[in-house]
Write a protein that binds this ligand. Structure first.
Ligand code: WT7
Length: 656
């Protein structure tokens, strides 16, 4: 065993009890309390979820059915009820002292910023909602957001929810091409964007990407609403483009929240799968709201005076659930930060924590590993005594990074909650409860109450202790995705037909591999499908392959992930060129750039290897297992007898 492996095993076998003071006051303050809730949920799920929904959401009309599972796996939760996410995040906090509590703290990259009380945020959201109506948006119309991390992003999301117009937030780092795909797929009517955002002290334009996407043809998009952030020169098309500050400012701050049916569509969020283009994950009103609310409360044991900061971007589900909806639904104070740490400002995050006295900090392993590399000297310069809970999300966290996080950032006093979940699950599924669950570095520990998570084999039987298998969810939960936008077949095939129990029941397949240890703790091992996780960003290998193949020099491409110390996974592309093309450094550059244009900079391969053949089975399937081994510099082991042409292997090895 290498030193690193030994260290990792030592860390993994450690157990950290929740701090006593926290356990004494936490909502769920012991394993017995956790178990009691979990048992209750298991014994009578309808009653459990029904009680939670009545307790935590405001209902205009009560629901009559908790779960309608008569057409599995298409679930309908809380039928008969009407509610509104924007109402739950704003209006219901206005009656008491929370009205003047800070709802949102915004920290811009150049050091500007500001904050909104619940009353102020409510007023801004109402004005924005009225502006949407003025632009002809009504219930059911899909609105896309392509935004930097500015308060208007959250305001726009809440405004959409307020009038019942589902949103589709597209991460601002995606290219015009990727944006266009999503606008077309969703038949989007309105795009909300900004002139640009600040990145590394520079104003980076966003609006031109919208112009480009629309110029190439997005017939359904009629209007564009533009937030002025950077004040850089921005072309505006008369009749189509409107400035936010001109249109929104003049609107009335009175806009009652539309009572929405529980199953009305709340948002679509695109995510990558193993096949084809990204799929539009559909979430609906009440179930999503309940799950974002409840998980936020459980996982962070939220208190009235907490300052919560999640470092994600609103373009991802983490931003939806834990910057905007979970915190606001709970009446908490949420921090939104435009910047990112970088060599010139390695202490940027710690500065935000010190300045705003952040008490709950939620970030990704890739960021933690980057901080580790800079050394503890950087965070040690800041006063971070306000912190009380640390969270991580996005990819498996290695025990070393977990220990460093707990020690250096949390001063060994803050529990670390490693939260496993997905765009599709709406909110966290497997995570410690900070006042109850003893933690083990590297493990997401146990499923939340009501979540029937398991590790299973292909026929749905639980595997044994410490045996690897598929991470699966056996029962529906309120935050589950309802379908894939416009493609129910894909919903079925991606999530519900992989694991096939003999009794024909439906088990949700998450796409991850995992094992459970003797204590029932989950250890998530990473994706088992053709999805890779680069710095917590989920990318389909096939998407990157299609992007490469659309370059004139490329005949065929195969993309795999390889372990990367900082990013979790790096992207390696094996490329076969068209007859007369030559694979040189210039072409590598041009291919990387091309992928950046097709998808976005996050999808650019770290390494491109040219080859004249790919390892394929006799039926023509690329043997990715072999490519993964080659990309990682490992020996190719296992069965190669199905390989069509063994000499391909030697060629690939010698090229590398
Ligand atoms: C995939 C989902 C959900 C928020 C961010 C990513 C991986 C996520 C963990 C964790 C191990 C994790 C899984 C999952 N993942 N959290 N705590 N431990 N792996 O959302 O883009 O939908 O990606 O991220 O592989 O399937 P996403």
């Amino acid at each position: 065993m290498s030193d690193a492996t030994i260290e990792s095993v030592l860390h993994e076998s450690r157990l950290f009890a929740p701090p006593e003071a926290l356990a004494a006051t936490a909502r769920i303050g012991s394993m017995a309390a956790y178990q009691a809730l979990a048992d209750q949920a298991e014994a009578d799920p309808d009653r459990f979820w029904g009680d939670q929904a009545r307790e935590h959401l405001h209902w205009f009309e009560p629901f009559h059915t908790v779960l309608n599972w008569s057409d599995p796996p298409f679930a309908r939760w809380f039928e008969g009820g009407t509610t509104n996410l924007s109402y739950n995040c704003l209006d219901r906090h206005l009656e008491g002292p929370r009205a003047n509590k800070t709802a949102l703290i915004w920290e811009g990259e150049p050091g500007d910023g500001g904050s909104y009380t619940y009353r102020e945020l409510h007023s801004e959201v109402c004005k924005a909602a009225n502006a949407l109506k003025a632009l002809g948006i009504s219930k059911g119309d899909l609105v896309a957001l392509y935004m930097p991390m500015v308060p208007e992003a959250a305001i726009a999301m809440l405004a959409c929810a307020r009038i019942g117009a589902p949103h589709s937030v597209v991460f601002g780092g995606f290219s015009a091409e990727a944006l266009r795909d999503r606008l077309i797929d969703g038949a989007v009517k309105l795009v909300i964007t900004a002139d640009g955002g600040f990145r590394k002290d520079k104003a980076v334009a966003l609006k031109p990407a919208v112009d480009q996407a629309l110029a190439e043809g997005c017939p359904t998009v009629q209007q564009v609403l533009v937030v002025q952030r950077t004040k850089q020169p921005t072309a505006m098309e008369p009749g189509r483009d409107h400035w936010w500050h001109e249109l929104v400012a003049g609107q009335s701050s009175d806009c009652p929240a539309e009572p929405m049916q529980s199953e009305d569509r709340l948002f679509v969020l695109y995510t990558s799968g193993s096949t084809g283009k990204p799929k539009g994950v559909v979430h609906t009103t009440a179930g999503y709201n309940l799950w974002a609310h409840l998980t936020f409360q459980w996982i962070f044991d939220i208190r009235e005076d907490d300052i919560h900061w999640c470092t994600a971007d609103v373009g991802w589900i983490t931003g939806h659930s834990y910057i905007v909806y979970g915190p606001l639904s709970n009446g908490a104070t949420t921090v939104m930060y435009e910047g990112a740490p970088r060599p010139a400002k390695p202490g940027a995050f710690w500065e935000v924590i010190e300045k705003h006295k952040v008490s709950i900090f939620y970030t990704a392993p890739t960021a933690i590993r980057a901080f580790m590399k800079n050394g503890r000297e950087v965070p040690d310069q800041y006063n971070m005594s306000s912190l009380r809970i640390l969270g991580t999300v996005g990819e498996p966290i290695n025990p070393e990074a977990w220990m460093w996080y707990r020690d250096v950032i949390g001063g060994n006093r803050c529990p670390v909650v490693d939260t496993w979940w997905q765009t599709e699950t709406g909110g966290v599924m497997i995570s410690p409860l900070p006042g109850a669950t003893p933690t083990k570095p590297g493990s997401a520990t146990l499923p939340l109450p009501g979540i029937a998570a398991d590790v299973v084999d292909i026929d749905g039987s639980s595997v044994g202790v410490d045996e690897g298998g598929y991470l699966a969810i056996r029962r529906p939960w309120p935050g589950m995705l309802r379908t894939v936008h416009g493609d129910p077949e894909r919903f079925l095939s991606s999530y519900w037909q992989h694991i096939r129990p003999a009794d024909g029941s439906y088990i949700y397949f998450a796409g991850d591999g995992a094992r459970r240890d003797k204590d029932g703790y989950f250890w998530v091992m990473g994706r088992v499908d053709d999805v890779i996780n680069v710095s917590g960003h989920r990318l389909g290998t096939m998407e990157i392959e299609s992007a490469l193949v659309s370059h004139p020099a490329v005949a065929e491409a195969a993309v795999v992930g390889r372990p990367d110390e900082l990013k979790g996974e790096g992207i390696v592309a094996f490329v076969i060129l068209q007859g007369d093309c030559h694979g040189d450094a210039e072409l590598v550059k041009s291919l990387r750039q091309h992928v950046g244009v097709e998808i976005g900079p996050i999808a650019r391969p770290d390494e491109i290897r040219f080859s004249d053949a790919l390892p394929k089975t006799r039926s023509g399937k690329i043997m990715r297992r072999i490519l993964r081994a080659l990309a990682a510099g490992e020996k190719v082991s296992g069965d190669t007898s199905t390989l069509e042409d063994l000499s391909v292997l030697d060629k690939l090895r010698s090229e590398a």
